[in-house]
Ligand binder design. Structure first.
Ligand SMILES: NC(=O)c1ccc[n+]([C@@H]2O[C@H](COP(=O)([O-])OP(=O)(O)OC[C@H]3O[C@@H](n4cnc5c(N)ncnc54)[C@H](O)[C@@H]3O)[C@@H](O)[C@H]2O)c1
Length: 348
C-alpha cells in the first residue's frame, strides 16, 4: 500500500481527484489534507468518507512543523498538491493570504518532500496543480503553450506563478521528481458559487441579477472538472518527470455568450419562457488587471499521453446544471452565512 497525499481535497477540483483516486486505486491509501477554509466542504466527498483506503486530515499547509510531522508520520510516496486560495477577486482584496497559502504553503510541502525523499527519489512524485492564468493575457489570436513566458497580472496568478517557479527550481536544484500542469477554467458539480458558472446558476434559480464584468467580451477556455481529474490521474501516473503539461477544453467562450447559453438552458430546465433569465444580465464595473483572453494549446498532453476531454461543453454544462438543480441543499448550505457578506461586498 502506497501512502499518497492529496491537498485541498475538500475543494472543488480536489474532491473530484480524491474520489477518483480512492475509487480507482485500492493499492493507495489517500490522505486528504485540507484546512476547510470557506471553499472546503466535507459534503463534497461524503460518499467516500468511510472507504478503508481514505483518511481526512484537517490542517494548514502554511504550518511548517505540522507539515513536517505529517510527512514523517505517513511516509508519503506521492503528493498531488491542489490546496490553494483560488479566487481572483478575493486576491485583489487580500493578496497576502494568497502568498501565505499558495507560495509559503507550497514551499512547506516541497521542503517536506525533499527531506523525506532525499536518500531515494525512485518512484516518488510531487505533482503541482496550477492554472493557465500564470501566462497572463492573450490578444484575439494565439494559444498558451508550455513554453509561453509567465506574465501574471493578478495577485492570484502571481502567487501561482511563484509556486510553479519554486517547484521547477526544486526539480533543477535538488532533483525533486515533479510534474506540473497548467489548466484552464473548470466547471462542474461541487463548484463554490463565487465562480461564474455556479454563481449564475444560483442567481438564475433565485431570480437575482447576473453581474457580467465590463463589456462581457472576456474570453475563457472551459473544461469539465471530471475531465481535469482524468488528466490529473494520467499525468500523475504517466507524465514525465520535470515536465509541464497544459490542460484545456479546446472550448473558448466569451463570457457574455456563455451567460446567454446558460440562461437559455436554465429557461428550459426551469420551465421559464425563452429569454426570461437573460433579462437578469447586468453589466458591472470591471475588475482591475482583468485578463482579456486565455486559450490553451493542450496538444502536448494529447499527443504524449493520449488525453482529450470526454464530454462536449453542451453535455458538461447540462450535467452541471442538473447537478445544481438536484442538490439545492448543498447550494443553500454553502450560500448561507459568510457567503452573503462576501456577495454583498463584491457585487452591491
Ligand atoms: N478552478 C479552476 O478553474 C482551476 C483551474 C486551473 C487550476 N486550478 C488550481 O487547482 C487547484 C484547486 O482549485 P479549486 O478550484 O478546486 O479550488 P477551491 O478553492 O475550490 O479549493 C481549494 C481547497 O484548498 C483548501 N485550502 C485553502 N487554503 C489551505 C491551506 N492553507 N491549507 C490546507 N488547505 C487549504 C480549501 O479549504 C479548499 O478545500 C488550485 O491550486 C487552483 O489554483 C483551478
Amino acid at each position: 500500500m502506497k501512502n499518497i497525499l492529496i491537498t485541498g481535497g475538500a475543494g472543488f477540483i480536489g474532491s473530484h481527484v480524491v474520489r477518483r483516486f480512492v475509487q480507482n486505486y485500492p493499492n493507495y491509501h489517500i490522505y486528504n489534507l485540507d484546512a476547510l477554509t470557506y471553499a472546503g466542504n466535507l459534503e463534497n466527498i461524503k460518499d467516500i468518507e468511510n472507504e478503508s483506503n481514505y483518511t481526512f486530515v484537517k490542517g494548514d499547509i502554511v504550518d511548517e512543523s505540522f507539515i513536517n510531522e505529517l510527512f514523517a508520520k505517513y511516509n508519503f510516496e506521492g503528493v498531488l498538491h491542489l490546496a490553494a486560495e483560488s479566487h481572483v477577486d478575493r486576491s485583489i482584496e487580500d493578496p497576502l493570504s494568497f502568498v501565505k497559502t499558495n507560495v509559503i504553503g507550497t514551499m512547506n510541502l516541497l521542503n517536506a518532500a525533499r527531506k523525506l525523499w532525499k536518500d531515494n527519489m525512485e518512484g516518488k512524485r510531487f505533482y503541482h496543480i496550477s492554472t493557465d492564468e500564470v501566462y497572463g493575457s492573450l490578444g484575439a489570436e494565439g494559444l498558451f503553450t508550455e513554453t509561453t513566458s509567465y506574465d501574471p497580472n493578478s495577485p492570484y496568478s502571481a502567487s501561482k506563478a511563484s509556486s510553479d517557479h519554486f517547484v521547477r527550481a526544486y526539480g533543477e536544484t535538488y532533483g525533486l521528481p515533479y510534474v506540473l500542469t497548467n489548466c484552464s477554467n473548470n466547471y462542474g458539480p461541487f463548484h463554490f458559487p463565487e465562480k461564474l458558472i455556479p454563481l449564475f446558476i444560483n442567481n438564475i434559480i433565485n431570480n437575482k441579477p447576473l453581474p457580467v464584468y465590463g463589456d462581457g467580451n472576456y474570453t475563457r477556455d472551459w473544461l469539465f472538472v471530471k475531465d481535469h481529474a482524468i488528466a490529473i490521474d494520467l499525468v500523475f501516473h504517466e507524465g514525465k518527470n520535470h515536465e509541464t503539461y497544459n490542460i484545456g477544453g479546446f472550448n473558448e467562450w466569451k463570457n457574455i455568450d456563455l451567460v446567454k447559453l446558460l440562461c437559455k438552458v436554465m429557461d428550459e430546465k426551469l420551465g421559464r419562457s425563452e429569454g426570461e433569465s437573460s433579462k437578469l444580465i447586468t453589466y458591472v464595473k470591471d475588475r482591475p488587471g482583468h485578463d482579456l483572453r486565455y486559450a490553451i494549446d493542450a496538444s502536448k498532453i494529447n499527443t504524449e499521453l493520449g488525453w482529450k476531454p470526454t464530454v462536449t461543453f453542451e453535455e458538461g454544462l447540462e450535467q452541471t446544471i442538473d447537478w445544481y438543480l438536484s442538490n439545492t441543499d448543498w447550494l443553500n448550505n454553502v450560500t448561507s452565512g459568510e457567503y452573503a457578506n462576501y456577495y454583498k461586498k463584491q457585487y452591491n
